[in-house]
Design a protein around this ligand. Structure first.
Ligand code: AHM
Ligand code: MG
Length: 333
């Protein structure tokens, strides 16, 4: 039985140049995860569910747990002093930490503290997504917007937590993808899925088909392809869509599949955010042997221009992403 804390330290020892700062940062995330997990499990019991009535900066109604998770992750990251700034889906602008240790720390964190939170009051799994970069501004000086607008290929680490039938934390530091399952009686994460590999050919497609008429032609053609009968490629594929990115991604990562949130006629850039959702998932899926695209380009090579930028997202088993990209290029470019 290897715990997450032990695993992080063991991996750090593989790199003689490591200073331990990233390990401390990950342990701050682990602590916040436990606190949020405890509250989510109580969500049906206490008056913490429901909406605040306030809209976040994307005009979506914030759920109370969104705010709680946002505050908890911010507080844990600030207290540890290993992070000089944070950008969050729930905050309009990035946040600078001014503590003595923080200003000299080299990392920034980008996060979606509670993704899929509109599902929480119907007991559907939700998640936290995080992404870590080295700052590019000088140590000791102010954090700048450019520290956060780096392409996903520069991520140092990324991960997610799925608050599901079990709570799991899955992360990568660029050396494979590893999953840890929480023992709720002890509040300890144990290594349960070392070196996760996504099957190259999946059988599951995940998309909100209610938007079908608004999809680009390339996506419509791909959906028809998924539904065709073909014994060689084992089609039709299975359609599975929870509507909670972390859960849909997690299932597809383990079983093989593709998650698609394309551009639609009403949302030309899709719905998901490049910095808080797509880049971290792209890093994870590539580390597991899969791929992530905006329909034409590799997600992690896109140069971000704004904190809350959205992007069409095609992510999962490598051959499935290649198939849909071929159809996008043929019918939608
Ligand atoms: P959120 O960050 O506001 O929770 O929105 C992101 C969520 C994803 O978890 C999910 O995959 C997607 O929105 C579902 O959107 P839709 O309801 O349009 O299918
Ligand atoms: Mg989200």
């Amino acid at each position: 039985m290897i715990t997450l804390g032990e695993y992080i330290v063991a991996k750090q020892n593989d790199f003689p140049e490591a200073t331990g700062e990233l390990s401390l940062l990950l342990s701050a995330i682990r602590l916040a995860t436990k606190v949020v997990n405890r509250e989510i499990n109580k969500a049906g019991l206490v008056d913490i569910i429901g909406t605040t009535g306030i809209e976040n900066i994307q005009g979506e109604v914030q759920q109370k747990m969104d705010l709680y998770a946002n505050d908890t992750f911010k507080a844990a990251l600030e207290a540890r002093g290993e992070v000089c700034g944070v950008a969050s889906e729930e905050e309009e602008d990035f946040i600078t930490f001014n503590g003595k240790r923080s200003v000299n720390s080299k990392y920034v964190v980008l996060m979606d503290p509670l993704d899929g939170s509109s599902n929480i009051d119907v007991n559907v799994s939700v998640g936290t997504i995080f992404s870590i970069y080295r700052r590019i501004s000088p140590l000791g000086g102010p954090v700048t917007l450019n520290d956060f607008l780096q392409p996903g290929s520069r991520q140092v680490a990324a991960g997610y937590v799925v608050y599901g039938s079990s709570t799991m934390l899955v992360y990568t530091t660029g050396h494979g993808v590893h999953g840890f399952t929480c023992d709720p009686s002890l509040g300890v994460f144990y290594l349960s899925h070392e070196n996760i590999q996504i099957p190259e050919d999946g059988q599951i497609y995940s998309i909100n088909e209610g938007n079908y008429l608004k999809f680009p032609d390339g996506v419509k053609k791909y959906l028809k392809f998924c539904q065709e009968i073909d014994s060689v490629s084992n089609r039709p594929y299975t359609s599975r869509y929870i509507g909670s990115l972390v859960s849909d991604f997690h299932r597809n990562l383990l079983k093989g599949g593709i998650y698609i949130y394309p551009s639609t006629a009403s949302s030309p850039q899709g719905k998901l955010r490049l910095l808080y959702e797509c880049n971290p998932m792209a890093f994870l899926v590539e580390q597991a042997g899969g791929s992530a695209s905006d329909g034409f380009n590799r997600i992690m090579e896109l140069k971000p221009t704004a904190l809350h930028q959205r992007v069409p997202f095609f992510c999962g088993s490598r051959n499935m992403v290649a198939d849909v990209q071929t159809m996008m290029e043929k019918y939608s470019s």
